[in-house]
Design a protein around this ligand. Structure first.
Ligand code: COA
Length: 159
């Protein structure tokens, strides 16, 4: 991800439909801050959310990558994915998430990779299920309930 990807990513994070499970809509300064935080995460952990670029037109169509959060007192590594609405329903999120899962399990020693999802966010849950994740438990994050989807290294098969 580069700082100037904020423009394209704002198309997701300022969209009331795309953000309906986030409870917050970004303006440009908040989007810039989000990108900077992600780049800081990259420096600290060596991985972060990546910008997804469509080969055929060179456009940034979304983000997908690895992020971390403290859940039940433990640092959990998760897959994140957010796509511009114009590019939903084409399999791009699933394709990107499968590549990130492979990257996570081949480049790092993680025993499992997770994804925390609002239980109402059906499209996101479908992506998690298509890449082989199942619900491990329900957890609280920032006062909200999330389904913690996970896949263990031993259950992951190279596509
Ligand atoms: C979550 C999100 C990325 C899912 O997007 P999506 O378009 O449903 O997921 P994909 O890109 O993998 O596309 C899969 C859909 O495309 C269809 N599709 C069409 N062509 C396809 C192809 N060649 N390969 C695979 N799927 C294809 C699939 O049938 C599937 O539709 P279905 O779920 O109705 O069966 C999207 O809803 C989003 O960005 N939401 C806002 C941000 C968000 O909530 N992020 C997740 C936070 S946890």
């Amino acid at each position: 991800m580069r700082e100037d990807d904020a423009e394209a990513l704002l198309d997701i994070f300022s969209d009331p439909i795309a953000t309906r499970y986030f409870g917050v809509i970004f303006d440009r300064p908040r989007m810039d801050e989000w990108v900077r935080n992600n780049l800081e995460h990259e420096k600290q952990y060596g991985f972060s959310l990546l910008s997804v670029i469509l080969k055929e037109n060179g456009e940034v169509i979304g983000d997908c990558g690895l992020e971390t959060d403290k859940i039940d007192g433990q640092t959990v590594v998760g897959i994140g994915f957010d796509f511009r609405r114009l590019y939903w329903g084409k399999g791009y999120a699933t394709e990107a998430a499968l590549a990130i899962l492979k990257y996570g399990f081949t480049q790092y020693e993680f025993d499992s990779i997770s994804c925390w999802i609002d239980p109402e966010n059906t499209p996101s849950q479908r992506v998690a299920e298509r890449i082989g994740m199942t619900v491990e438990k329900y957890v609280a994050r920032g006062g909200k309930k999330y389904a913690l989807y996970s896949i263990k290294r031993k259950d992951w098969k190279i596509e």
